[in-house]
Design a protein around this ligand. Sequence first.
Ligand SMILES: [Zn+2]
Length: 443
Amino acid sequence: MAAGAVHAQAEDACTSEAQIESAQRLFAFESLPGATDYVHCDDSNLKYKAWSGLSLLSTFDDLANEKDGFDQGILGRRPLDFLQERVKRVIFDSPAEQFCNESSAWAYVNGEDHEAGILHLCPAIVDTTPLYIAAIFLHEARHMNGFVHEICERGGFLRGTSGCDKSFEQQGAHAVDVEFLIKVSRTKKLAPSIRKEARSRAIRNLIARFNELPLDLTSGAALASDRGEVVFYDGATPTKMGGKVPEGFKMSSRRDLTFVDGARSRSLKYGFKAKFDDDDFVSEPDFLAALTEDERRMYRDTFEADDFTAVLLNDTLIVWANGETKRFSLPTTKARSFLISEASSLIKSEVLHVVDESSRVFALPKTWSEISTASELRVLGDSLPLLSIANWGVQEEIAVRLTGEVVIYDVGAKKWAPAPKLEQFKAERMVAPYIWSKKLEKL
Ligand SMILES: [Zn+2]
Protein backbone atom coordinates (compact mmCIF):
# COMPACT_ATOMS: atom_id res chain seq x y z
CA MET A 1 0.00 0.00 0.00
CA ALA A 2 1.36 3.37 -0.93
CA ALA A 3 -0.82 4.82 1.78
CA GLY A 4 2.06 4.34 4.18
CA ALA A 5 3.80 7.28 2.55
CA VAL A 6 2.51 9.67 5.18
CA HIS A 7 3.38 7.41 8.09
CA ALA A 8 6.60 7.96 9.93
CA GLN A 9 9.05 5.35 8.72
CA ALA A 10 11.89 3.96 10.73
CA GLU A 11 14.86 3.15 8.50
CA ASP A 12 16.11 -0.39 8.88
CA ALA A 13 19.74 -0.83 9.66
CA CYS A 14 21.52 -2.54 6.83
CA THR A 15 22.29 -6.23 7.35
CA SER A 16 26.08 -6.39 7.71
CA GLU A 17 28.30 -7.99 5.10
CA ALA A 18 29.45 -10.56 7.66
CA GLN A 19 25.83 -11.57 8.35
CA ILE A 20 25.12 -11.83 4.62
CA GLU A 21 28.21 -14.01 4.16
CA SER A 22 27.13 -16.42 6.87
CA ALA A 23 23.64 -16.64 5.32
CA GLN A 24 25.30 -17.52 2.02
CA ARG A 25 26.91 -20.52 3.69
CA LEU A 26 23.57 -22.02 4.80
CA PHE A 27 22.69 -23.58 1.43
CA ALA A 28 23.96 -24.07 -2.09
CA PHE A 29 22.70 -21.04 -4.02
CA GLU A 30 22.44 -20.66 -7.78
CA SER A 31 21.07 -18.08 -10.16
CA LEU A 32 19.04 -18.69 -13.28
CA PRO A 33 20.02 -16.60 -16.33
CA GLY A 34 18.60 -13.11 -15.93
CA ALA A 35 18.53 -13.21 -12.12
CA THR A 36 19.64 -9.91 -10.63
CA ASP A 37 23.17 -9.44 -9.30
CA TYR A 38 23.73 -8.94 -5.61
CA VAL A 39 23.59 -5.33 -4.38
CA HIS A 40 24.47 -4.85 -0.75
CA CYS A 41 22.00 -2.91 1.40
CA ASP A 42 19.53 -2.51 -1.45
CA ASP A 43 16.07 -3.36 -0.14
CA SER A 44 14.83 -3.87 -3.69
CA ASN A 45 17.52 -6.47 -4.46
CA LEU A 46 16.35 -10.10 -4.47
CA LYS A 47 19.60 -11.58 -3.17
CA TYR A 48 20.18 -8.99 -0.48
CA LYS A 49 16.61 -9.39 0.75
CA ALA A 50 16.72 -13.20 0.71
CA TRP A 51 20.01 -13.35 2.63
CA SER A 52 18.80 -10.70 5.09
CA GLY A 53 15.75 -12.89 5.77
CA LEU A 54 17.92 -15.95 6.30
CA SER A 55 20.32 -13.98 8.45
CA LEU A 56 17.43 -12.90 10.65
CA LEU A 57 16.14 -16.47 10.83
CA SER A 58 19.52 -17.73 12.00
CA THR A 59 19.40 -15.32 14.97
CA PHE A 60 16.23 -17.07 16.21
CA ASP A 61 17.89 -19.89 18.09
CA ASP A 62 15.70 -20.00 21.18
CA LEU A 63 12.11 -19.15 20.28
CA ALA A 64 9.13 -19.51 22.60
CA ASN A 65 7.92 -23.10 22.59
CA GLU A 66 4.57 -23.22 24.40
CA LYS A 67 2.65 -26.02 22.77
CA ASP A 68 -1.04 -25.13 22.57
CA GLY A 69 -3.62 -24.55 19.86
CA PHE A 70 -1.49 -21.81 18.28
CA ASP A 71 1.84 -23.64 18.44
CA GLN A 72 1.37 -27.22 17.31
CA GLY A 73 5.01 -28.13 17.92
CA ILE A 74 6.05 -28.52 14.29
CA LEU A 75 9.09 -26.27 14.50
CA GLY A 76 10.68 -26.34 17.95
CA ARG A 77 12.93 -23.64 19.37
CA ARG A 78 15.30 -23.32 16.40
CA PRO A 79 13.38 -23.16 13.10
CA LEU A 80 16.61 -22.94 11.09
CA ASP A 81 17.13 -26.66 11.83
CA PHE A 82 13.73 -27.43 10.28
CA LEU A 83 14.78 -25.47 7.20
CA GLN A 84 18.21 -27.04 6.84
CA GLU A 85 16.85 -30.55 7.24
CA ARG A 86 14.63 -30.04 4.21
CA VAL A 87 16.11 -27.45 1.85
CA LYS A 88 19.32 -28.34 0.03
CA ARG A 89 19.52 -25.89 -2.85
CA VAL A 90 18.11 -22.37 -3.36
CA ILE A 91 17.66 -20.97 -6.86
CA PHE A 92 17.24 -17.27 -7.64
CA ASP A 93 14.80 -16.94 -10.51
CA SER A 94 14.77 -14.11 -13.04
CA PRO A 95 11.80 -11.73 -13.25
CA ALA A 96 10.85 -13.37 -16.54
CA GLU A 97 10.56 -16.85 -15.05
CA GLN A 98 7.09 -18.11 -15.88
CA PHE A 99 5.94 -19.20 -12.44
CA CYS A 100 7.19 -16.05 -10.70
CA ASN A 101 5.67 -13.93 -13.40
CA GLU A 102 2.22 -15.44 -13.83
CA SER A 103 1.33 -16.14 -10.25
CA SER A 104 3.30 -13.26 -8.69
CA ALA A 105 4.70 -15.91 -6.37
CA TRP A 106 7.29 -15.15 -3.70
CA ALA A 107 8.81 -18.60 -3.84
CA TYR A 108 7.92 -22.07 -5.02
CA VAL A 109 8.93 -25.71 -5.08
CA ASN A 110 8.45 -27.64 -8.30
CA GLY A 111 6.50 -30.84 -7.68
CA GLU A 112 9.27 -33.09 -8.97
CA ASP A 113 11.91 -31.19 -6.93
CA HIS A 114 10.46 -31.54 -3.48
CA GLU A 115 12.40 -34.64 -2.55
CA ALA A 116 15.64 -33.06 -3.76
CA GLY A 117 14.98 -30.01 -1.54
CA ILE A 118 15.15 -27.43 -4.34
CA LEU A 119 13.55 -24.09 -3.54
CA HIS A 120 13.03 -21.24 -6.04
CA LEU A 121 12.92 -17.60 -4.97
CA CYS A 122 11.11 -14.99 -7.06
CA PRO A 123 11.96 -11.29 -7.34
CA ALA A 124 8.61 -10.42 -5.69
CA ILE A 125 10.01 -11.19 -2.23
CA VAL A 126 11.72 -7.81 -2.22
CA ASP A 127 8.27 -6.36 -1.47
CA THR A 128 8.12 -7.99 1.91
CA THR A 129 10.12 -7.81 5.11
CA PRO A 130 13.06 -9.98 6.29
CA LEU A 131 10.79 -11.50 8.94
CA TYR A 132 8.24 -12.57 6.40
CA ILE A 133 10.96 -13.84 4.08
CA ALA A 134 12.09 -16.09 6.93
CA ALA A 135 8.48 -17.32 7.20
CA ILE A 136 8.39 -17.93 3.43
CA PHE A 137 11.53 -20.09 3.63
CA LEU A 138 9.98 -22.24 6.37
CA HIS A 139 6.71 -22.42 4.45
CA GLU A 140 8.53 -23.69 1.35
CA ALA A 141 10.50 -26.16 3.45
CA ARG A 142 7.19 -27.75 4.48
CA HIS A 143 6.41 -28.33 0.80
CA MET A 144 9.49 -30.61 0.76
CA ASN A 145 7.41 -32.99 2.93
CA GLY A 146 4.91 -33.26 0.08
CA PHE A 147 2.30 -30.85 1.44
CA VAL A 148 0.46 -29.00 -1.34
CA HIS A 149 -2.15 -26.22 -1.32
CA GLU A 150 -5.75 -26.18 -2.40
CA ILE A 151 -7.81 -23.38 -3.90
CA CYS A 152 -9.00 -20.81 -1.35
CA GLU A 153 -12.70 -21.28 -0.73
CA ARG A 154 -13.06 -18.12 1.33
CA GLY A 155 -11.21 -15.04 2.53
CA GLY A 156 -8.91 -12.50 0.97
CA PHE A 157 -7.26 -14.93 -1.44
CA LEU A 158 -10.57 -16.29 -2.75
CA ARG A 159 -9.92 -15.29 -6.32
CA GLY A 160 -6.33 -16.43 -6.35
CA THR A 161 -5.06 -19.68 -7.80
CA SER A 162 -4.08 -22.24 -5.20
CA GLY A 163 -3.09 -20.51 -2.01
CA CYS A 164 -4.86 -22.10 0.97
CA ASP A 165 -4.57 -25.20 3.10
CA LYS A 166 -7.53 -27.31 4.12
CA SER A 167 -7.02 -26.71 7.84
CA PHE A 168 -4.47 -25.38 10.30
CA GLU A 169 -4.53 -28.72 12.15
CA GLN A 170 -3.41 -30.50 8.98
CA GLN A 171 0.04 -28.95 9.66
CA GLY A 172 0.85 -28.05 6.08
CA ALA A 173 2.94 -25.18 4.70
CA HIS A 174 0.73 -22.35 5.99
CA ALA A 175 0.53 -23.93 9.44
CA VAL A 176 4.33 -23.80 9.49
CA ASP A 177 4.59 -20.11 8.57
CA VAL A 178 1.88 -19.23 11.11
CA GLU A 179 3.54 -21.27 13.84
CA PHE A 180 6.88 -19.58 13.19
CA LEU A 181 5.28 -16.11 13.38
CA ILE A 182 3.46 -17.02 16.58
CA LYS A 183 6.70 -18.23 18.16
CA VAL A 184 8.42 -14.96 17.24
CA SER A 185 5.52 -12.94 18.61
CA ARG A 186 5.73 -14.85 21.90
CA THR A 187 9.50 -14.59 22.37
CA LYS A 188 9.84 -11.90 25.00
CA LYS A 189 13.52 -11.09 24.47
CA LEU A 190 12.90 -10.01 20.85
CA ALA A 191 12.28 -6.38 19.90
CA PRO A 192 8.64 -5.27 20.32
CA SER A 193 8.47 -4.10 16.70
CA ILE A 194 9.33 -7.53 15.29
CA ARG A 195 6.99 -9.29 17.74
CA LYS A 196 4.16 -6.98 16.67
CA GLU A 197 4.83 -7.57 13.01
CA ALA A 198 4.93 -11.33 13.59
CA ARG A 199 1.66 -11.26 15.47
CA SER A 200 -0.24 -9.31 12.83
CA ARG A 201 1.08 -11.49 10.06
CA ALA A 202 0.20 -14.66 11.99
CA ILE A 203 -3.33 -13.40 12.50
CA ARG A 204 -3.68 -12.40 8.87
CA ASN A 205 -2.65 -15.88 7.72
CA LEU A 206 -4.86 -17.60 10.30
CA ILE A 207 -7.80 -15.66 8.90
CA ALA A 208 -7.03 -15.92 5.22
CA ARG A 209 -5.06 -19.10 4.53
CA PHE A 210 -7.22 -21.97 5.79
CA ASN A 211 -10.46 -23.16 4.21
CA GLU A 212 -11.65 -24.30 7.63
CA LEU A 213 -11.31 -21.38 10.02
CA PRO A 214 -9.07 -22.49 12.92
CA LEU A 215 -9.19 -21.75 16.65
CA ASP A 216 -12.94 -20.98 16.86
CA LEU A 217 -12.57 -18.07 14.44
CA THR A 218 -15.96 -16.89 13.18
CA SER A 219 -17.06 -14.41 10.51
CA GLY A 220 -18.86 -11.32 11.66
CA ALA A 221 -18.31 -7.62 12.14
CA ALA A 222 -16.39 -5.44 14.57
CA LEU A 223 -18.57 -2.61 15.82
CA ALA A 224 -17.47 0.43 17.83
CA SER A 225 -19.99 1.74 20.33
CA ASP A 226 -20.51 5.43 20.96
CA ARG A 227 -18.64 4.88 24.26
CA GLY A 228 -15.51 3.57 22.60
CA GLU A 229 -16.07 -0.12 23.23
CA VAL A 230 -15.35 -2.60 20.47
CA VAL A 231 -17.81 -5.45 20.05
CA PHE A 232 -17.60 -8.47 17.79
CA TYR A 233 -20.95 -9.54 16.39
CA ASP A 234 -21.56 -12.78 14.52
CA GLY A 235 -25.23 -12.27 13.74
CA ALA A 236 -26.45 -13.93 16.92
CA THR A 237 -24.26 -12.89 19.86
CA PRO A 238 -22.35 -9.69 20.58
CA THR A 239 -19.04 -10.26 22.43
CA LYS A 240 -17.00 -7.46 23.92
CA MET A 241 -13.52 -7.49 22.47
CA GLY A 242 -10.68 -6.86 24.87
CA GLY A 243 -10.04 -3.28 24.04
CA LYS A 244 -11.32 0.23 23.90
CA VAL A 245 -10.78 2.95 21.39
CA PRO A 246 -8.46 5.33 23.24
CA GLU A 247 -10.22 8.47 24.40
CA GLY A 248 -9.85 11.36 22.03
CA PHE A 249 -9.30 9.10 19.03
CA LYS A 250 -11.69 8.18 16.32
CA MET A 251 -11.63 4.84 14.62
CA SER A 252 -10.63 5.08 10.99
CA SER A 253 -12.83 3.97 8.17
CA ARG A 254 -10.72 1.18 6.90
CA ARG A 255 -11.25 -2.02 5.09
CA ASP A 256 -9.09 -4.27 7.14
CA LEU A 257 -8.83 -3.97 10.87
CA THR A 258 -6.27 -6.71 11.25
CA PHE A 259 -3.39 -4.68 9.98
CA VAL A 260 -2.47 -2.16 7.40
CA ASP A 261 0.63 -2.64 5.32
CA GLY A 262 2.79 0.40 5.16
CA ALA A 263 5.64 1.16 2.83
CA ARG A 264 7.83 -1.90 2.27
CA SER A 265 5.02 -4.03 3.69
CA ARG A 266 5.73 -2.98 7.23
CA SER A 267 2.79 -3.85 9.38
CA LEU A 268 1.60 -0.64 10.93
CA LYS A 269 -1.69 -1.36 12.61
CA TYR A 270 -3.48 -4.35 13.94
CA GLY A 271 -6.30 -5.36 16.20
CA PHE A 272 -6.92 -8.31 18.48
CA LYS A 273 -5.28 -7.48 21.76
CA ALA A 274 -6.35 -7.43 25.37
CA LYS A 275 -5.01 -3.94 25.82
CA PHE A 276 -4.60 -1.77 22.77
CA ASP A 277 -1.68 0.54 22.34
CA ASP A 278 -2.52 4.08 21.42
CA ASP A 279 -1.67 3.40 17.83
CA ASP A 280 -3.77 0.26 17.47
CA PHE A 281 -6.95 0.88 15.51
CA VAL A 282 -6.04 4.49 14.84
CA SER A 283 -3.86 6.10 12.29
CA GLU A 284 -5.00 9.63 12.90
CA PRO A 285 -1.98 10.85 14.85
CA ASP A 286 0.18 10.53 11.73
CA PHE A 287 -2.28 12.52 9.70
CA LEU A 288 -3.08 15.03 12.37
CA ALA A 289 0.58 16.01 12.49
CA ALA A 290 0.33 17.10 8.86
CA LEU A 291 -2.70 19.34 9.47
CA THR A 292 -2.87 22.92 10.70
CA GLU A 293 -4.56 23.53 14.04
CA ASP A 294 -7.69 24.88 12.32
CA GLU A 295 -7.85 21.83 10.11
CA ARG A 296 -7.41 19.54 13.09
CA ARG A 297 -10.53 20.97 14.66
CA MET A 298 -12.46 20.09 11.50
CA TYR A 299 -11.02 16.57 11.25
CA ARG A 300 -13.62 13.81 10.78
CA ASP A 301 -12.18 10.61 9.38
CA THR A 302 -9.41 8.78 7.54
CA PHE A 303 -9.61 6.28 4.72
CA GLU A 304 -6.73 4.14 3.50
CA ALA A 305 -7.25 3.05 -0.09
CA ASP A 306 -4.98 0.83 -2.16
CA ASP A 307 -2.95 3.68 -3.55
CA PHE A 308 -3.85 6.77 -1.53
CA THR A 309 -4.81 7.94 1.92
CA ALA A 310 -7.68 10.39 2.33
CA VAL A 311 -8.46 12.58 5.31
CA LEU A 312 -11.90 14.07 5.67
CA LEU A 313 -12.42 17.49 7.26
CA ASN A 314 -15.85 19.13 7.65
CA ASP A 315 -15.85 20.51 4.13
CA THR A 316 -12.54 19.38 2.65
CA LEU A 317 -11.01 16.15 1.42
CA ILE A 318 -7.20 15.88 1.60
CA VAL A 319 -5.58 13.10 -0.39
CA TRP A 320 -1.99 11.87 -0.01
CA ALA A 321 -0.31 9.62 -2.54
CA ASN A 322 3.17 9.13 -3.94
CA GLY A 323 4.47 12.09 -1.96
CA GLU A 324 1.83 14.41 -3.42
CA THR A 325 -1.03 16.11 -1.61
CA LYS A 326 -4.30 17.28 -3.16
CA ARG A 327 -7.13 19.16 -1.51
CA PHE A 328 -10.73 19.34 -2.65
CA SER A 329 -13.75 21.27 -1.42
CA LEU A 330 -16.80 19.18 -0.65
CA PRO A 331 -20.40 20.30 -1.15
CA THR A 332 -21.13 20.05 2.58
CA THR A 333 -20.14 21.91 5.71
CA LYS A 334 -20.80 18.99 8.02
CA ALA A 335 -19.13 15.86 6.72
CA ARG A 336 -19.36 13.01 9.20
CA SER A 337 -17.32 10.08 7.90
CA PHE A 338 -16.44 7.94 4.96
CA LEU A 339 -19.05 5.29 4.43
CA ILE A 340 -17.42 1.92 4.97
CA SER A 341 -18.75 -0.43 2.35
CA GLU A 342 -17.65 -3.94 1.65
CA ALA A 343 -19.07 -5.75 -1.36
CA SER A 344 -22.54 -4.39 -0.70
CA SER A 345 -25.28 -4.84 -3.27
CA LEU A 346 -26.50 -1.34 -2.40
CA ILE A 347 -23.25 0.53 -2.87
CA LYS A 348 -20.99 0.94 -5.87
CA SER A 349 -17.61 -0.49 -4.96
CA GLU A 350 -15.58 1.69 -7.32
CA VAL A 351 -16.43 4.92 -5.54
CA LEU A 352 -15.64 6.34 -2.12
CA HIS A 353 -18.67 7.55 -0.22
CA VAL A 354 -18.82 10.43 2.24
CA VAL A 355 -21.75 10.77 4.65
CA ASP A 356 -22.70 14.12 6.09
CA GLU A 357 -24.61 14.97 9.27
CA SER A 358 -27.86 15.55 7.38
CA SER A 359 -27.63 12.03 5.93
CA ARG A 360 -26.60 13.02 2.45
CA VAL A 361 -24.10 10.73 0.76
CA PHE A 362 -21.49 11.90 -1.73
CA ALA A 363 -19.76 9.51 -4.04
CA LEU A 364 -16.19 10.31 -5.00
CA PRO A 365 -13.67 8.63 -7.30
CA LYS A 366 -11.71 5.89 -5.57
CA THR A 367 -8.57 5.69 -7.65
CA TRP A 368 -5.54 7.94 -7.41
CA SER A 369 -5.39 8.27 -11.20
CA GLU A 370 -8.85 9.87 -11.27
CA ILE A 371 -8.20 11.99 -8.22
CA SER A 372 -4.77 13.17 -9.33
CA THR A 373 -6.03 14.46 -12.67
CA ALA A 374 -9.13 16.13 -11.27
CA SER A 375 -9.15 19.88 -10.75
CA GLU A 376 -12.21 19.54 -8.60
CA LEU A 377 -13.99 16.45 -7.33
CA ARG A 378 -16.94 15.44 -9.39
CA VAL A 379 -19.59 14.46 -6.90
CA LEU A 380 -21.48 11.57 -8.32
CA GLY A 381 -24.46 11.99 -6.00
CA ASP A 382 -26.19 9.25 -4.09
CA SER A 383 -28.35 8.89 -1.04
CA LEU A 384 -28.40 6.17 1.60
CA PRO A 385 -28.57 7.16 5.27
CA LEU A 386 -25.95 4.71 6.51
CA LEU A 387 -22.53 4.99 8.14
CA SER A 388 -21.36 1.57 7.07
CA ILE A 389 -22.55 -1.49 5.25
CA ALA A 390 -20.95 -4.82 4.52
CA ASN A 391 -21.99 -7.94 2.73
CA TRP A 392 -21.24 -10.68 5.24
CA GLY A 393 -23.12 -13.62 3.87
CA VAL A 394 -24.65 -14.81 0.66
CA GLN A 395 -28.00 -13.23 1.42
CA GLU A 396 -27.31 -10.70 4.16
CA GLU A 397 -25.69 -7.36 4.67
CA ILE A 398 -25.02 -5.70 8.00
CA ALA A 399 -25.22 -1.94 8.31
CA VAL A 400 -25.05 0.90 10.82
CA ARG A 401 -27.56 3.70 10.39
CA LEU A 402 -26.78 7.33 11.08
CA THR A 403 -28.80 6.92 14.27
CA GLY A 404 -26.36 4.22 15.49
CA GLU A 405 -28.85 1.40 15.00
CA VAL A 406 -27.35 -1.87 13.73
CA VAL A 407 -29.50 -3.43 11.04
CA ILE A 408 -29.46 -6.47 8.79
CA TYR A 409 -30.47 -6.23 5.14
CA ASP A 410 -32.04 -9.26 3.49
CA VAL A 411 -30.76 -9.00 -0.08
CA GLY A 412 -33.38 -11.34 -1.61
CA ALA A 413 -36.39 -9.83 0.15
CA LYS A 414 -34.91 -6.30 0.04
CA LYS A 415 -35.90 -5.81 3.66
CA TRP A 416 -34.20 -4.26 6.70
CA ALA A 417 -34.53 -5.68 10.22
CA PRO A 418 -32.89 -4.80 13.56
CA ALA A 419 -29.83 -6.96 14.32
CA PRO A 420 -30.80 -9.58 16.94
CA LYS A 421 -29.48 -8.88 20.47
CA LEU A 422 -28.13 -5.48 19.43
CA GLU A 423 -31.33 -3.52 20.01
CA GLN A 424 -29.77 -1.65 22.97
CA PHE A 425 -26.41 -1.12 21.28
CA LYS A 426 -25.64 2.26 19.84
CA ALA A 427 -22.90 1.99 17.24
CA GLU A 428 -20.56 4.82 16.46
CA ARG A 429 -19.64 2.82 13.37
CA MET A 430 -18.84 -0.61 12.06
CA VAL A 431 -15.08 -0.85 12.00
CA ALA A 432 -15.00 -3.61 9.43
CA PRO A 433 -16.37 -6.99 8.55
CA TYR A 434 -14.21 -9.11 10.80
CA ILE A 435 -13.11 -12.60 11.67
CA TRP A 436 -12.36 -13.19 15.31
CA SER A 437 -12.48 -15.51 18.28
CA LYS A 438 -11.97 -14.83 21.97
CA LYS A 439 -8.96 -17.15 21.82
CA LEU A 440 -7.07 -14.69 19.64
CA GLU A 441 -6.80 -12.29 22.56
CA LYS A 442 -4.35 -14.74 24.15
CA LEU A 443 -1.89 -14.08 21.37
ZN1 LIG B 1 3.07 -22.75 -0.53
